[in-house]
Design a protein around this ligand. Structure first.
Ligand SMILES: *Cc1c(COP(=O)(O)O)cnc(C)c1O
Length: 356
C-alpha cells in the first residue's frame, strides 16, 4: 500500500527503536524521567521558550494551551477549518467552556484585519474574545504557511488588545522548512506553540507545548487532569528526541515530492489543483470534474493499492512523508490517472453531449 492519507502513518526509524529500547526512564509524574526531562529542555531551547511540556497527542496539547489562556464563556478566534474546531471533538467547548469564533479564509491563513473585525469585548449580549489561535501550517487549508510578517503583526496587535496567541504548529517544522526560518524566530511572539513529533518527524507518538515556565507548570496539572500523566514515558521521549533533533532536516524531500505530485495531478483531466499553491507536504485537490465523488475515488484508489482521504465530496487530500518515496508518488499518479481515464462518467461527458 502507498499510504498518502497522512504523515501520522510514518513508522519509527530503526535508530528510534534502538533509542527506545535503551532509554533511561523514571516516573515522569514525579518529574523523574531523565529522558522526558531532556526532551522538554531541548524543545524549550529549540523554540526559545522558558519551558516545554511533553504530551501524548497534539489534541491534548492544543486543549491545554487553550485552557491556559481562556476562561469559560469566552470565544476563541480561529479559521473556520481549524483543527481545534473540526477535528478535536469540541474539546474547546467540553473542557475549556469556550466557543470558536470562526473566520472564513481561502487558505486557512488569518489576516489581522479579519481578526480585528471578529474581536469583541464583553458586552450585554456578547461573549468576549479570549484567545487567537493560528494553525501553521494549516492542514485543511492545504499545508499553507503564515508569512512571518503577518504572524508577527497578529501577535503584536493581539497583545495590544490583551489577547494571547496560541500557535497550533502540529507541522511547524514544515513551515520552518518552507520559510527557511528557525522555529524559534517563527514563534518568538506567540504565547504558546504546540507541535507534533508523531507526524512528519516520525516518532511513534508524542507532541509538545512550549511557552512560559508558569504556564507550563499549570499545563502539567491540566495534563494530569486530562489523563496525560504517563509515568515511564522516556521510552517514547527517546524516539521523540531523535524526531526533534534529526528529522526536520529532511522535510524538504517531502515538500519536493508534494510539488512533483501537484504538477502531475494538475495534468490529469478532471483534477483541479494549483501546484504553485503547494508550499509544504499537503495537497488538496478538487475531483468533481472527474465525475467521480471523492469517497468513491478514495475507495477505488484503495483497491489499486493507494490510500488517500476524501475531505469533502469534491475534495481529496494527499500528504507526503518519510515512508513515501518518489517512486511511490509516480505509482500513485499512474493509478489515479488510470481510474479517472477509465471512469464511466468522464469529465469529457458534458462536452460530448454538447457536441451531439
Ligand atoms: C494532527 C494535528 C493535530 C493533533 O492531532 P493528534 O492526532 O491529536 O496528535 C493538531 N493540529 C493539527 C493542525 C493537526 O494536523
Amino acid at each position: 500500500m502507498i499510504d498518502l492519507r497522512s504523515d501520522t502513518v510514518t513508522k519509527p526509524t530503526p535508530e528510534m527503536r534502538r533509542a527506545m529500547a535503551n532509554a533511561e526512564v523514571g516516573d515522569d509524574v514525579y518529574g523523574e524521567d531523565p529522558t522526558v526531562n531532556r526532551l522538554e529542555e531541548r524543545a524549550a531551547e529549540i523554540f526559545g521558550k522558558e519551558a516545554a511540556l511533553f504530551v501524548p497527542t497534539g489534541t491534548m496539547g492544543n486543549t491545554i494551551a487553550c485552557k491556559l489562556h481562556t476562561r469559560h464563556g469566552q470565544e476563541v478566534i480561529a479559521d473556520v477549518r481549524a483543527h481545534i474546531f473540526d477535528y478535536e471533538l469540541a474539546m474547546i467547548g467540553w473542557f475549556c467552556g469556550c466557543v470558536v469564533r470562526p473566520i472564513t479564509t481561502a487558505d486557512g491563513i488569518l489576516r489581522w484585519a479579519d481578526i480585528r473585525a471578529a474581536y469583541k469585548p464583553l458586552g450585554p449580549h456578547a461573549a468576549p474574545t479570549g484567545l487567537v489561535e493560528l494553525e501553521n501550517t494549516h492542514n485543511i487549508g492545504g499545508g499553507t504557511v503564515y508569512p512571518q510578517a503577518e504572524l508577527n503583526e497578529i501577535c503584536d496587535e493581539s497583545h495590544a488588545l490583551g489577547l494571547k496567541v496560541h500557535v497550533d504548529g502540529a507541522r511547524i517544522f514544515n513551515a520552518s522548512t518552507h520559510l527557511g526560518l528557525p522555529v524559534q524566530e517563527m514563534c518568538a511572539r506567540a504565547d504558546t506553540v504546540m507541535f507534533c513529533l508523531s507526524k512528519g518527524l516520525g516518532a511513534p507518538a508524542g507532541s509538545m507545548v512550549a511557552g512560559r515556565r508558569d504556564a507550563m507548570d499549570e499545563g502539567r496539572r491540566l495534563r494530569k487532569r486530562l489523563g496525560g500523566g504517563m509515568r515511564q514515558a522516556g521510552i517514547l521521549a527517546a524516539a521523540c528526541l531523535i524526531a526533534l533533533e534529526k528529522m526536520p532536516q529532511r522535510l524538504h524531500e517531502d515538500h519536493a515530492n508534494a510539488r512533483w505530485l501537484a504538477g502531475e495531478l494538475a495534468a490529469i483531466p478532471g483534477i483541479e489543483i494549483k501546484p504553485e499553491l503547494v508550499q509544504t507536504n499537503i495537497l488538496m485537490f478538487d475531483v468533481s470534474a472527474t465525475g467521480i465523488d471523492a469517497k468513491s475515488l478514495s475507495d477505488r484508489l484503495k483497491t489499486a493499492g493507494v490510500l488517500a482521504n476524501e475531505i469533502t465530496s469534491a475534495t481529496m487530500r494527499m500528504v507526503t512523508h518519510f515512508d513515501v518515496t518518489r517512486r511511490d508518488c509516480e505509482q500513485a499518479v499512474a493509478v489515479l490517472r488510470k481510474i479517472v481515464s477509465t471512469s464511466q462518467f468522464p469529465a469529457k461527458g458534458v462536452e460530448l453531449l454538447g457536441e451531439a
